[in-house]
Ligand binder design. Structure first.
Ligand SMILES: [Zn+2]
Length: 463
């Protein structure tokens, strides 16, 4: 039995070697090697990230800074020598934050660190006060009796868990997406939630939220983890807890921003392309270094590093999506603008999970393309990246429309996300949280992946 297994493995090994040997020749393997080394030593992604976060800063869609970021990205693509640089419009609900503050009124006066959730309406000018009613989960709030929150402020105390792949985010973010609507259905005047956060610091984490046109809109905010603990403790000690919050925001109607696109044009199949990128916008509180300046900088740098080796057979397109934070608006615009030609995307990967090391590589492609995927994985291994063979990659958030339509081979370069939700969507998302050496490793991973997908003999196919 043992001998049989061994001989099967040897046979499979030979099969892989023979099919992959046709994908790249020796010159290409040398180019991949040089590209990997160059990227590991290049300061370019760090320089781009420093410039974007320092000279532009926060990039809330629709703001003057967002416009500056669009100009910045075009200028950088030109300066890096990209063959084609262009912009495509995307519209989104244009929203502004002007003021946010809160404090506990009873049983004693204490400051609370809150932030309005994106899209929140304002409170009255002098604020909104009410008794806090605590729910541990969104489901508990949904199960509350009708009208039971009349005149009160609903508070969801759900705490997200920390994990390398960020799997705590999905369940926690439900309270951000739907909490205000469910609270209003029960008669609440305001909605407060524990931040979607793994941190112990006292920053509140913002993020997108939604209203339902059939349900009264109420002001909606997130509170920092230690302050959520304080509210929960007061309630568990038997106190009736009242707070006052003051949120001033503005709905400016429909705004327009732009996806910024830079292309290294392929030499044999220029219409086919590898799509890599990130989102150019950020929340307004920090400078969007982790979310998603890093993704922008490292994919821009990867394209330039590839071009310095040679233009591959197929194009490499770096897409910097607009208005991701407000609801993937740039992604939706790109998807509909390119609907007729989505089959030209031979591989797509978005970096939007901070700047810690890439530890794993995973595809979501047609089974016939897996030998090529394994060949790419082998060239990522020297960067400390393991291959996950389940072939179910999700890609980044801006790839959701493409994945849902089954229109592109999707890839994930999984980053270590253990610390990501300590800073995500806070005032603390700043450049000092990024390690330049880890950013280089990310850049090398994207460069090697994109180059190989663009320069292989065969074209990767979608599932
Ligand atoms: Zn992001």
């Amino acid at each position: 039995m043992k001998r049989f297994i061994l001989s099967s493995i040897v046979a499979i090994g030979f099969a892989c070697a023979s099919s992959s040997a046709t994908e790249f020749n020796d010159t290409q393997y040398q180019q991949i090697d040089t590209l990997r080394k160059n990227a590991q030593h290049s300061e370019l992604s760090w320089q781009l990230l420093t410039s974007l976060t320092t000279e532009v800063g926060p990039r809330l869609p629709g703001t003057k800074n967002d416009q500056l970021a669009v100009e910045w990205a075009q200028a950088q693509f030109h300066q890096l020598g990209y063959d084609k640089v262009w912009i495509e419009p995307a519209t989104f609900p244009n929203w502004r934050r002007y003021h946010e503050s809160a404090h506990i009124m009873t049983p004693s006066h204490q400051p609370l660190h809150i932030t309005a959730l994106g899209n929140s309406i304002s409170t009255p000018k002098d604020g909104l006060s009410g008794e806090i009613v605590l729910f541990e989960t969104l489901d508990e709030l949904i199960a509350a009796p009708t009208n039971s929150l009349e005149g009160k402020i609903a508070f969801i105390n759900y705490r997200m868990n920390r994990d390398i792949d960020g799997n705590g985010y999905g369940p926690a973010v439900q309270a951000r997406n739907k909490g205000a609507v469910e609270a209003a259905k029960k008669g609440a005047r305001g909605y407060l939630m524990r931040s979607v956060s793994t941190s112990l610091h006292r920053f509140a984490h913002t993020g997108g939220s939604h209203y339902d046109s059939e349900v009264t809109k109420i002001p909606t905010a997130a509170v920092a983890n230690p302050d959520a603990d304080q509210l929960a403790r007061l309630i568990s000690l038997g106190h009736q807890v009242s707070i006052k919050m003051n949120i001033q925001t503005e709905d400016l109607g429909e705004g327009t921003s732009y996806n910024v696109i830079g292309e290294i044009t392929g030499t044999e199949h220029p219409e086919q392309y590898v799509l890599i990128g990130g989102h150019l916008d950020s929340w307004d509180l920090g400078t969007g270094a982790l979310d998603d300046g890093a993704g922008v900088a490292l994919t821009m740098a990867a394209g330039k590093l590839i071009k310095d080796i040679k233009r591959p057979k197929r194009s490499v397109r770096v897409v910097l999506f607009a208005a991701e934070e407000l609801g993937l608006w740039g992604s939706k615009a790109y998807f509909s603008a390119h609907k007729a030609h989505l089959k030209n995307i031979v591989a797509a990967a978005e970096s939007d999970f901070g700047a810690d090391v890439v530890y794993a590589f995973e595809s979501n492609v047609h089974a016939n393309s897996l030998p090529l995927v394994r060949e790419i994985a082998k060239q990522l291994a020297p960067l400390g990246i393991e291959y996950i063979g389940r072939n179910q990659a999700h890609g980044g958030p801006d790839l959701i429309p493409f994945k849902q339509a089954g229109s592109a081979p999707i890839f994930a370069l999984h980053q270590n996300g253990l610390d990501y939700f300590d800073y995500h969507h806070t005032a603390d998302d700043t450049l000092d949280k990024v390690d330049p050496n880890k950013l280089k490793q990310n850049t090398a991973a994207y460069a090697v992946f994109a180059f190989m997908a663009a320069d292989a003999a065969s074209t990767i196919k979608a599932k």
